[in-house]
Design a protein around this ligand. Sequence first.
Ligand SMILES: [Zn+2]
Length: 256
Amino acid sequence: MIDTHSHIYLEQFDEDRNEVMKRAVDAGITDIYMPAIDLDSIAQMANLEYEGIAFHKMAGLHPCDVGEELEKDFYGSLMHWVEQPDILGVGETGLDYYWSTDHIDNQKTSLRLHCKAARESNKPVIIHNRESTSDMLDIIEEEQDGSLKGIWHCYNGTVDEGKRAIDLGLHLGIGGVVTFKNGGVDKTVTELPLDKMVLETDAPYLSPAPNRGKRNEPSFMKYTAEKLAELFGLSLDELDKKTSDTACILFDKPII
Ligand SMILES: [Zn+2]
């Protein structure tokens, strides 16, 4: 299985990262895609290795870390990283009106800059979205010139919003929220095409049931995968194959 969104490089895993990785291998995780949060993230990702798991780096500036120095930060460091061949995606970027509405204009500018970098590098943009769905989709619509691809990470919208995102060229990242009884995602995903979905954890955040509230880790993705398989009436292997193939195509990797 491919975890398309995991912050395994963060300090929350410093104490027991090897045990976390062992459990990931035991759970069938083969690939972990790591979205950056800020300009330090890439260095934190640099030395991660564990036998049986391929780690993939991405570069970006989280909307909650967008500051006044945005354009200088972005063009000074981030574009340099995005152009590197071992950086496979651009993000995470996006909009977050839940944590702060102080820097909305900066967040929007940042999202547009990430979209531009994604188009120019032909790599997917990874989009965080919280209480900002219509603004996010409006920007994607404006930025889409036919070449932009990406993931609405931790998709939790309505059916119509999911359809609009897919029409705009996005894939949907399905995380632990699909296992939440009151999350709503379990009701909407079955109205949307499975071939536009990829699996993710967002570790250490958003742990699926039955570990809701605990630190999330890649091995817990099996609960999300099992739930999605059940909703679509597929075996776990079938669900894994479909979502993994989709992730490989999106990130321009050979199908495993
Ligand atoms: Zn994230």
